[in-house]
Design a protein around this ligand. Structure first.
Ligand SMILES: CCCCCCCCCC/C=C\CCCCCCCC(=O)SCCNC(=O)CCNC(=O)[C@H](O)C(C)(C)COP(=O)(O)OP(=O)(O)OC[C@H]1O[C@@H](n2cnc3c(N)ncnc32)[C@H](O)[C@@H]1OP(=O)(O)O
Ligand SMILES: Cc1cc2nc3c(=O)[nH]c(=O)nc-3n(C[C@H](O)[C@H](O)[C@H](O)COP(=O)(O)OP(=O)(O)OC[C@H]3O[C@@H](n4cnc5c(N)ncnc54)[C@H](O)[C@@H]3O)c2cc1C
Length: 665
């Protein structure tokens, strides 16, 4: 099929863009040098023919898909090694550490994913210098391939309830790993099924019968030559899932497997040869990898959404359907204001979480530096921020990815659109690295504690400082500052009511735990409200900061999106605002008009805005979202790859349908 260069609809859209797309790309990439570096890596990666799929993955069997993913992971590793990309070292954004490039090669994840995302970072974060020297090098060279094995069949959320034991035997200076029950089997770790030969096992340390809490151990599970499971190791794959089907998530059980003492990662806590336990300065340091991954999820969530919204907006610009005006041709579906309502918030939300993720990453890096000199003061606030922003970014972005899919009508249901797969990998972020409700409850725990300490005169941490302000009613103000203040009032109102309920429930005789459980719906509302106030505040202040350095044309578009985000959220959360602020019906009417005006203002820049995410066709992997906009041609080309289309009549016709038709069954 010969294609014209670009669909005229997209050509027209690109001509209405009011800002410099490259300038926005550089800003989103955290610098022009990051864009250049990323593009150079992409040029290299996408020129490798072995990394292209001849048959779409969805037409392969489970086993073939796994084998194909391993083949590509190995080629990709080689290419990235040649380009000098640091694997296992996170950066401020998915794009600048090449995660997006990496994972675009796999629509459903790579079996090496956990090697890079958790195995190596845990060695770096939890190992002492000697252990880092030994294991990091081996992992980086892929001499060993590992994963992070924490979750068990019986427990994922409740880490203190994990059952896998590591019992110290001082006679042999070894730990004995044991899985005492079926529910203690590790369940879920990526790559564990048939890919990894080592893993970090989180297990309950016991010395002379005394428990010392959960600690990280580096455990060999397969022979380095034959890849056979080692004696006492029971390992396999957990089966088909909603997504991540090429990640090779696995199960793992131990029958008294011995490992050397120095295989416990000992940066924070140590066990001496004679079995003396030295505790870390803060027992939660063993949970450090989770904090780091939660921080990075905020950017991943924004990135998944930016891919989905690029596909949906490009498709909406080339798709014509129905009639707006009787005597005119069918309009582009992007001209329907309801379609703009579904999609433009996706661009704004992606920006909001991207800019927040850069800020959060910087907070994390600052904490890391302080932690290295023994200062853990920032950890409680960082933990609350990481939990809460992980939750609202993953749930908002996943909801909007699904909205993008539905906005493409029937074609969004096609696997070749890549929207179902994007939904799959996005919705997983709501569960992994701490299930979202549980993470909100962790956030609420920190908020309630801060509130109670604050009421006794203790200062609030920076993101909670507005708790100190008196919740006095003031006239509604629809400026950005006014809306931010209103959301802070909602946050104070919800937290204050939750705390009152907790106090009332305990006064009425409930235990602290029962009172907490009874008030928990309120508590997660308070946690979410704090997260909203943080995101509104950081998104606005980051754009104000960048606004001073970018061109006036770009600044204006960036602020259109900030306004859209603010007004959209105000209309969405109207109930809370009516309860806790002076918002009136008249204000709502004028905000609705403002929202409609903003959609109209953003419309000419819609394609420019998604082009600025700068996703090559190979990254989007979508029949609907390609840069040239030839969606129908691509749909047909992909349909022809269905194995059923290889022959005009399938043998099942002769075997079953014909006898049925002839009444000869
Ligand atoms: C080219 C390639 C480029 C390479 C670059 C790498 C790129 C790779 C990219 C890949 C991208 C994405 C891939 C990601 C794949 C990840 C797959 C998923 C992996 C997993 O899911 S691993 C398993 C995760 N599991 C969890 O998250 C479990 C959740 N549960 C918990 O965290 C805890 O159990 C808990 C719910 C927090 C409760 O813990 P606990 O009962 O011990 O604590 P309490 O509630 O009693 O609280 C005590 C006290 O401690 C504080 N606290 C709790 N957690 C932490 C923490 N993590 N840090 C600091 N403090 C913490 C809590 O606040 C309490 O404090 P207080 O007493 O109130 O003062
Ligand atoms: C795609 C994917 C990849 C994964 N990869 C890994 C990996 O590589 N390594 C690894 O170790 N793990 C991995 N996991 C496991 C993951 O971390 C856990 O599934 C997750 O932490 C949730 O725990 P759970 O499954 O035990 O859920 P549960 O805790 O059983 O949650 C079930 C329900 O119970 C509720 N609930 C639980 N506790 C509470 C509470 N205290 N208060 C209120 N409600 C509660 C939850 O809100 C939820 O509604 C992965 C999971 C997925 C889906």
């Amino acid at each position: 099929m010969t294609l014209k260069k670009v669909n005229p609809d997209l050509e027209k859209e690109r001509s209405t863009c009011t800002f410099n797309i490259e300038e926005l790309t550089n800003l989103l990439d955290t610098g022009a040098h990051c864009t250049a570096e990323r593009r150079a890596v992409e040029d290299k990666v996408f020129s490798v023919k072995e990394l292209k799929d001849e048959i779409p993955d969805e037409f392969l069997s489970h086993k073939e898909r796994y084998e194909n993913a391993i083949r590509k992971s190995v080629f990709l590793h080689k290419v990235l090694q040649e380009t000098g990309v640091k694997r296992g070292v996170y950066n401020r954004s998915d794009k600048s550490d090449f995660r997006t490039t990496y994972y675009s090669i796999f629509k459903d994840g790579s079996p090496f994913m956990l090697q890079y995302s958790m195995f190596v970072p845990t060695i770096l974060g939890q190992g002492d210098s000697e252990q880092v020297e030994l294991w990091y090098k081996r992992a980086l060279n892929m001499e060993i391939i590992g994963t992070y094995a924490q979750t068990e069949l019986g427990h994922g959320t409740f880490i203190r309830g994990l059952e896998t034991e590591a019992v110290y035997d001082e006679k042999t200076e070894e730990f004995i790993l044991n899985s005492p029950s079926l529910s203690s089997y590790k369940w879920w770790p990526g790559g564990l099924g048939h890919t990894t030969n080592y893993c970090i096992v989180m297990a309950q340390l016991k010395i002379k019968g005394k428990p010392y809490g959960m600690q990280p151990f580096i455990v060999q599970i397969r022979d380095e030559e034959t890849h056979m499971p080692l004696p006492g190791v029971k390992v396999g794959e957990i089966g088909a899932k909603l997504a991540f089907n090429t990640v090779n998530n696995g199960f793992l059980g131990f029958e008294h497997v011995r490992i050397p003492r120095r295989h416990m990662l000992m940066r924070f806590s140590q066990v001496s040869k004679d079995g003396k336990f030295t505790s870390s300065a803060n027992p939660k340091l063993a949970y450090g990898t989770m904090v780091m991954v939660r921080v990075t999820i905020v950017n991943s969530a924004a990135t998944y959404l930016s891919r989905a919204v690029t596909i949906a907006i490009r498709y909406s610009a080339v798709r014509h359907q129905s009639k707006l005006k009787q005597n005119e041709p069918e309009p582009q579906i992007l001209d329907y204001v309801t379609q703009q309502h579904k999609l433009f918030i996706g661009i704004a939300t992606s920006h909001a979480y991207m800019f927040c993720s850069y800020w959060l990453w910087d907070v994390y890096v600052m904490y890391q530096k302080e932690q290295n000199v023994g200062n853990f003061d920032r950890l409680p606030e960082l933990h609350a921020l990481a939990c809460c922003l992980k939750v609202i970014s993953s749930s908002d972005c996943t909801g909007l990815v699904e909205k993008c899919r539905m906005s493409c009508g029937g074609h969004g249901f096609m696997m070749s659109s890549n929207l179902p797969q994007l939904y799959g990998i996005s919705t997983a972020t709501c569960t992994y690295e701490g299930e979202n409700t549980v993470m909100l409850l962790q956030t609420a725990r920190a908020l309630v504690k801060a509130w109670e300490l604050g009421s006794r005169g203790r200062p609030f941490s920076p993101t909670m400082s507005y708790f100190a302000e008196k919740n006095v009613p003031s006239k509604w103000d629809s400026s950005l500052e006014g809306i931010l203040n209103a959301f802070q009032k909602v946050s104070i109102g919800k937290l204050s009511s939750s705390v009152s309920s907790l106090q009332e429930y305990t006064k009425s005789g409930l235990s602290a735990e029962d009172a907490w459980n009874k008030a928990s719906v309120q508590l997660i509302g308070a946690a979410e409200a704090w997260g909203r106030a943080v995101v509104l505040s950081i998104y606005k202040s980051e754009i104000e900061r960048y606004g001073q350095t970018v061109s006036p044309a770009l600044k204006s578009v960036l602020f259109d999106l900030v306004e859209l985000y603010y007004v959209h959220l105000t209309l969405e959360k109207m109930g809370d605002l009516l309860l806790y602020t002076q918002l009136s019906e008249k204000d709502v009417v004028s905000l609705r008009k403002k929202y409609e005006d903003l959609l109209e203002k953003i419309r000419p820049n819609a394609i420019g805005l998604v082009d600025a995410f700068d996703y090559r066709d190979e990254v989007l992997n979508s029949t609907l979202g390609s840069y040239d906009g030839f969606a129908y041609e691509r749909l047909m080309t992909e349909a022809m790859k269905s194995p059923l289309n290889a022959e005009p009549v399938n043998q099942s016709f002769h075997k079953y349908i014909k006898p049925l038709m002839k009444g000869k069954l």
